[in-house]
Each structure stands twice: as structure tokens, then as C-alpha cells.
Design a binder for this molecule. Structure first.
Ligand code: AKB
Length: 339
């Protein structure tokens, strides 16, 4: 137990969680509590005060965490990603929406208990967008947050709805009650592009073709890319994604003009990534084996996003562009990982 202000990270064992735990461990004075379906890898388990292995759907477990800890920062990363969600849409709704509602209720109750607002970070996605066809996608170019909000996947629909849920808890919670504002949730959200980590390989996503291609080449394994070579969506190197989370959650609330922000760094085609992979790993065995349906999901996502609001409101400034992401982060780090 601890009455010390603490951080709760759900889905802590996932791709974003790996990078976030390490950064928070070294920069925050708050102990980290984690909740994940699976035990954490040893490399990060030593950086957390308490590791709960369980589900975000287990409300009794959340009540136990509520009773034992004084959480005032929640990073709710647990989710079923887009491809996996298409095979189990009802389960995806349960985990992605009911699970998120559970965590928003947890944060509200924590805030009522210790009296302070609870910072709640929520990772949304470019999957919240739905571009109807290639011509519209090309004409739309860098999409703003309030454009084309018609997702074609269960995951995208879940993410878009949970953005609205978070805004409700932040701005309108129990608005008909008498007396002062009752809401205790300080909801902040980033719509992530595809993320590329040197430390982990994603699973269950549809933007996975880029990290999968790189990690396969580094291991000398063949890779069959399931999208066309001209498929294009925005991506970001994982260190920049974690930095963006830390910048948004540290920002002065008064400076934030919205709850949900686009962020972007580079928007390569699959073919442009392939060229950089072949340059780094000349013996790479990469072929294209189109999966029309998965490629259709990628085609519905924007070619790029307009992240002006993030740059103006809280200083988003990614360090890696496509070339430096490969030369300075991905290739040297991944080579070391598999050497
Ligand atoms: C996915 O592919 O589902 C995720 C995402 C883009 O949100 N990586």
C-alpha cells in the first residue's frame, strides 16, 4: 500500500509502455503501478513499485488498486489494436470501450478520494479517421483533428468514442448536479500515427508492416508486405512518441485548446521504407503479398496529419525524420538487439 501520489499504467507491457516506464522511472518522483494481462519483462519490471497482472475489465481489481494506492496520474495504454479487433469486434468493444470507461471511473473515484484532479493520458490513433477513397485521401493531404472522423474499423470507432468519453469526464461530468464542477479527470489524448520501435515488434496492428519489415530484415528473415508499395500513412519513431506523451501531460492545462491532438513526424510510402531497409540490410528478402482487406484499412487512414495544434499548444517537435529515424535510431539499435 502507499498513500504517496502514484502513477498507474495499464497495458504497461506493450510497445508504448516499454519506453514510457523507463522515461517516467528516471524523471518522475512518483512510484509506478502497472496493470497488464501479462507479467512485465524483467528489463522494465524492476522500474515499477507494484505490478498487477490482470484485466482492465476486473472492476474488483481496480477497486483494490484504488484502496491501496493514491493514483493521480493514469496512462491508459491497454487496447486491442486494429487488425486483432476486426477478428473479435465485440471483445474489442468490451476491452477498448468498457475497459476505458472503467479506468475513467477509477480516475474520477481517485480524484474524489484524494481531492486532486487526476491526469488521464489516453492514446488514440489515426484509425479514428476514415478516408472514403484514394482520390479523397490524396486531395485531403494533411488531415486536421475534426476532419474525416468516420472510422471503418471497430478499433477506430472505439478510439473515437473514447475520445468523446474522456472529454465528457473532463468537461461535462454529471453536469446537472447542483454545486461546483464534480469532474476530477484531466483528460489528455494524442492520436498516434504508426509507431516504430527498435525495442519491440508490434502485434495485432495494421500499421505493423513498417516495423515488421525492418525487424525481419535485421534478423535475415524474409518479409511479405501486405500493403502495396505506394501505401502511405504517417509514422513516428517511438522515442518521439513517448516524448510527446510527456510533453502533453506536463503542459499547462490553460494553454491546451483541445483534449485530442494529432502528432506526426514523417509519412513514407511502404516502398520508401523498403528502399531504406534494403540500404541498411542489402540482403533483405522483401516481397509484396497484398492482403486487399488489411490494405483497405491502411488506405482509409490519412496520408498525413496536420499537427499544428500540438506544435502551438504544447511545443511538439519530433527529433527524428524518416532518414534520421533509420540512421540514428532504428538501424543501430536494432542491429545491436539482434547481434
Ligand atoms: C494499429 O495499426 O492498429 C495501430 C494504430 C495505427 O493505431 N498501430
Amino acid at each position: 500500500m502507499s498513500r504517496q501520489p502514484s502513477i498507474l499504467i495499464t497495458g504497461a507491457g506493450g510497445e508504448i509502455g516499454h519506453g514510457l516506464i523507463d522515461r517516467l522511472f528516471h524523471m518522475s518522483d512518483r512510484p509506478i503501478i502497472t496493470l497488464d494481462l501479462n507479467p512485465l519483462e524483467k528489463a522494465i519490471a524492476g522500474q515499477v513499485r507494484k505490478e498487477f497482472v490482470g484485466s482492465i475489465l476486473d472492476t474488483q481489481l481496480l477497486e483494490r488498486i484504488n484502496a491501496e494506492y493514491e493514483v493521480d496520474q493514469v496512462f491508459h495504454l491497454a487496447a486491442l489494436l486494429s487488425t486483432r479487433s476486426e477478428f473479435s469486434p465485440a471483445l474489442a468493444h468490451k476491452v477498448n470501450v468498457e475497459g476505458t470507461l472503467n479506468l475513467l471511473e477509477f480516475a474520477q473515484k481517485e480524484g474524489e478520494s484524494h481531492g486532486r484532479d487526476v491526469l488521464f493520458f489516453y492514446p488514440s490513433s489515426i484509425a479514428a479517421y476514415g478516408l472514403p477513397d484514394d482520390v479523397t485521401k490524396k486531395q485531403a493531404g494533411r488531415v486536421k483533428e475534426d476532419e474525416f472522423n468516420q472510422p471503418t474499423t471497430m478499433y477506430g470507432a472505439n478510439k473515437l468514442y473514447c475520445e468523446h468519453l474522456g472529454r465528457y469526464y473532463d468537461r461535462h461530468f454529471r453536469q446537472l448536479s447542483a454545486g461546483p464542477k464534480l469532474g476530477k479527470v484531466d483528460f489528455r489524448c494524442i492520436r498516434f500515427p504508426g509507431l516504430i520501435s527498435a525495442a519491440t515488434v508490434p502485434s495485432g496492428g495494421t500499421s505493423d508492416y513498417v516495423p515488421e519489415m525492418i525487424h525481419a530484415a535485421a534478423q535475415g528473415q524474409p518479409y511479405a508486405c501486405f500493403v502495396r508499395s505506394d501505401a502511405r500513412i504517417p509514422f513516428m519513431a517511438m522515442p518521439d512518441a513517448v516524448t510527446a506523451i510527456l510533453m502533453l501531460t506536463a503542459a499547462n492545462k490553460a494553454k491546451l485548446t483541445r483534449c485530442v491532438y494529432n502528432i506526426g513526424a514523417f509519412a513514407p510510402s511502404a516502398g520508401e521504407v523498403e528502399s531504406l531497409v534494403r540500404k541498411a540490410f542489402p540482403v533483405a528478402n522483401i516481397v509484396y503479398k497484398l492482403d486487399e482487406k488489411r490494405a483497405g484499412i491502411v488506405d482509409s487512414w490519412p496520408a498525413d496529419v496536420d499537427d499544428t495544434a500540438a506544435r502551438v499548444d504544447w511545443g511538439l517537435n519530433p527529433q527524428f525524420d524518416l532518414r534520421t529515424a533509420f540512421d540514428e535510431y532504428l538501424v543501430p539499435t536494432i542491429r545491436k538487439r539482434y547481434s
